[in-house]
Ligand binder design. Sequence first.
Ligand code: DAH
Length: 345
Amino acid sequence: MLPKLEDLRTNALQELAGANDVKLLEAWRVKYLGRSSELTAVLRGLAALPLEEKKTVGGRANEIKTIMADSFAQKEIEVKRARLDASSGEAVDITLPGRPLPGGHIHPLTQTIDEMCDIFTSFGFQVKTGPEVEWDYYNFEALNIPQEHPARDSMSTYWVDAPASDKQRSMLLRTHTTSVTARIVESMKPPIRTIEPGRVFRYEASDATHVPMFHQIDGIAVDKGITMADLKGTLYEFARRFFGGDRKVRFRTDFFPFVEPGVEMAIECAVCRGKGCRLCSDSGWIEILGAGMTHPRVLERGGIDPTEYSSFAFGIGIDRLPMLRYGIDDVRLFYGSDIRFLRQF
Ligand code: DAH
């Protein structure tokens, strides 16, 4: 039995030396280490042998099995390595540095919206959204802008065909996010503190400072005893956090049908610091928002008693803010998807 085993070992190792591709190697494995190999047969037959022989033959058979398995493992590595050799065209240079994948960025407008929402939520405002395709009612009527009101002309509107069942009601693309404020007043109970970011649409030609779709954030606070001082404090603190404490802020009266009184807020021009330059049309100031004490009729329409509650509201144009901050002189760059521009943020 023992000489037979030694022959087996010699033949196996000789054959293994010549098994130079993956197929031959697998055939060798089946023949010499597989379930129906000679070696397996010897190991199975051990039971029938007398005790002494069982020990010697069994011990050697197991040694040979280990030798063959180790030799096979080593040969396998050699064969696979040879296959990856440069000459075979399958070379892998594992020392090559990896190719970095281009990282994505958050769009500068989205960054601005996120930052504004962070500031207002830290004041206790909740972020709410509303539909971009809106009823005339929430965009105009509920905001104290009836049919034929001249304020409608200041916001050139994209009208949308309403479904047949709503023939009497007009649909549009909202011209300001104040439409969401109208919905909030109707659907929430005071105390209310919300901000409402989103897209708005105006039927206008594009140029360096106008695009037909842009972004706003409206906000409203409704509670007992809210005054103009709350409006000023909130918006002043927003400007301080967003632009930094060294920029002056100015409030002036303005008119919006849904507030009384109404104001506009401007910040000192970053370029000329108030002296006057092209960016600020020589005024030294850049207007960034409209605001005011919510008109009693707007609260009333929403089911809130204006003798019990008072309220301030505001609407901020978003697109201008990153322009002011980064010195971008054409708003269309935000909407052009030019990766060379966007990559900078
Ligand atoms: N909706 C106005 C606009 O688009 C801005 C505005 C002014 C919003 C006063 C307000 C506000 O909520 O109180 O020009």
